[in-house]
Each structure stands twice: as C-alpha cells, then as structure tokens.
Design a protein around this ligand. Structure first.
Ligand SMILES: [Zn+2]
Length: 118
C-alpha cells in the first residue's frame, strides 16, 4: 500500500485533490479510454473537475498515474497549457519515489520552523 491510497470500488469517487483554485474528484473507471478509444491509465478533465484512473491498475501504477495527472493539473492551473509528456512521466515517478523514500519529508517544514533560533 502506498500512503494509504488503494483503488476502491469502480466508478466511485475515491476522494478529491485540490490543485490551485480547483478541487478534482478522483474516480476509478473500468476500461478507461481516450477519445480515440485507446486504453489509457488516467486523465484529468477540467470542465467536470475530475481525475479518472483506470480501475485495472495495480496500486503503485495507479498512484503514479494520479501524480502524473496532478502534475498536469498544476501546470495547467499555472497557465502552462503546453508541456512535455515525457517530463511529466519522469516527474510523476520521481515524486512518488522521493515521497516513499523519505516518509519524514512532510514533517521537515514543521521541524525546521521549530528549530529557528530567531
Ligand atoms: Zn499525461
């Protein structure tokens, strides 16, 4: 299990992710495909504010895919509509690896503040 994130019932919102001013529902979809009917792992859609993840993915691939779509969302919400897919693949894998290899990372910000002398 990766950070308590486990694919749940199909086609039900698993939770939500806030990116910039938007909140996206994260949804498992069985047999997720793009507009050309080609199978895809995930997709972020801005009009309905959803991130869809293929329900057939294993937990780690689904989590990396979620991060991949979140990174798309971060860039688009920042006005970077055109971005490189290969870079996002690398970043999604990198973010997940760093988070898993450094479980204390989130608490470092809090710890640093408490250690300031003045
Ligand atoms: Zn992508």
């Amino acid at each position: 299990m990766i950070y308590g994130w486990v694919p749940m019932a199909r086609n039900k919102a698993m939770g939500s992710v806030r990116i910039g001013p938007m909140t996206f529902d994260v949804i498992n979809v069985r047999g997720l495909c793009n507009e050309e009917k080609a199978p895809i792992f995930g997709i972020i859609e801005y009009a309905p504010a959803t991130i869809q993840i293929d329900a057939g993915l294993c937990a780690q691939t689904a989590y990396i895919t979620l991060w991949h779509e979140v990174l798309h969302g971060i860039l688009v919400c920042a006005g970077v509509d055109e971005h490189d897919e290969q870079t996002l693949l690398a970043l999604a894998h990198g973010v997940v690896q760093v988070l898993e290899s450094n479980p204390d990372l989130r608490s470092m910000k809090r710890a640093r503040k408490s250690q300031l002398v003045r």
